[in-house]
Unconditional design. Sequence first.
Length: 329
Amino acid sequence: MPGTFSVSDAVELAVVERSGFIESRHAGSAVVLSPEGEVLRALGDTHTPTFPRSCLKPFQAVAVMTSGVSLRGEDAAIATASHSGTAAHVALVRGLLARESLPTSALGCPPASPTDQAARDELIRSGAPRERVYMNCSGKHAAMLLACVANDWPLEGYLDPEHPLQKRILDVLERFTGERPAATGVDGCGAPVHAVSLRALARGIQKITTAASSSPFALYREAAALTEAARDHAWAVGGPGQPDTVAMERLGVFAKVGAEGVMVMTAPNGTTTALKVLDGSSRASTIIALRLLAEAGALQDAAVDAVQTELDLWVMGGERRVGQVRATI
């Protein structure tokens, strides 16, 4: 059966330390690109395809934005978000749908509860049911629906790989990454997900996050607008305490986490990394990416140290901190 790289092709990226004892180890692969796009560092297998999961959202959002849908500011940020379902996030999603009087039932993502603790508690207290708008990918889906309306594409089946919208997204992905996907599957939200190598993923994200707003090409102008929106409205991309939001607000990076241990990040100077933790855990992916960028000289070690304390990487023993999850690259 086809799949991503194997255990023997991975390297240790992080450990979990408890009371001075290494309790668990996270293996995976990672690549770091210079601002000019050259490979500065490769750890493990960076050539074998893997599903980027939500790290595809920037490509999907740019595809929507170049298909006749104007998204700027918070609206662009929520289109590329893996949001935590706060009232502010849900208001943005409903706002996108309201542009074309679309009902929430048109969203193809599954019903969910907010992942934000306060928002979830409020939903439970109210007795309201789980809804599609709370699902962390609902902003992406609302934007996709707007692209369908703008182009007279059918709303029905908009998640089918053969739908014009999905073909447009695939074209944008291939243009940015320079690689044809090795496989296509179904993501957790129901949308197609395409397998590409970590090198291609890093290359594509770097092109999006370093695009110039003055480019003669609409594809790059919209990519620049998306990047600016995500950095300026980092709260919308994740939520309170979420790793993407914390990293972007504190360090000015562009950060996007994907399920199953995938992470992409671009430093302000354009240095970019893409990684996958092979066991699928995302708990260490943000600090690994930050350390990789710091090792490349794109971030200050002290600044990364300060952010690490905000990423909820502590290992608890009762009510005491007795260790932490830390990168070992």
